[in-house]
Design a protein. Structure first.
Length: 114
């Protein structure tokens, strides 16, 4: 979304036939839903790789501020708090889905496939 200069509120619209047709009309570049998604994956992975080079890894992503583990005292989510273990499981699943290591690093093989 960021590379297209578009709002984050309609990410799935960029793979619609309407959007891809408009994009082709404006740029002359023809994407399919699959090739647009692959382009986004390349951008996201390269961005993460730059973050890795700067020293950002799982430690950077996995920090849960202590105040978020205290249950809320009021409001619609009263009594709820961030569960650090569940948060770790989400990060594990996210990294696995993206083909990154358990430490949040982009493997060389992933870069080569993209």
């Amino acid at each position: 979304m960021d590379s297209l200069g578009l709002c984050d509120f309609f990410p799935e619209s960029v793979t619609s036939d309407l959007f891809l047709g408009l994009y082709r009309a404006l740029t002359g570049i023809e994407y399919t839903a699959e090739s647009m998604t692959a382009c986004g994956e390349r951008i996201w992975t390269l961005e993460r790789r730059f973050n890795n080079i700067q020293g950002r890894d799982r430690t950077y992503d996995a920090y849960v501020p202590p105040k978020l583990t205290v249950p809320l005292a009021a409001g619609a989510h009263k009594g709820r708090a961030v569960d650090p273990e569940y948060y770790r499981q989400i990060i594990d699943a996210y990294y696995a889905h993206l083909g990154w290591t358990a430490d949040g690093l982009v493997p060389e093989e992933k870069l080569k496939t993209l």
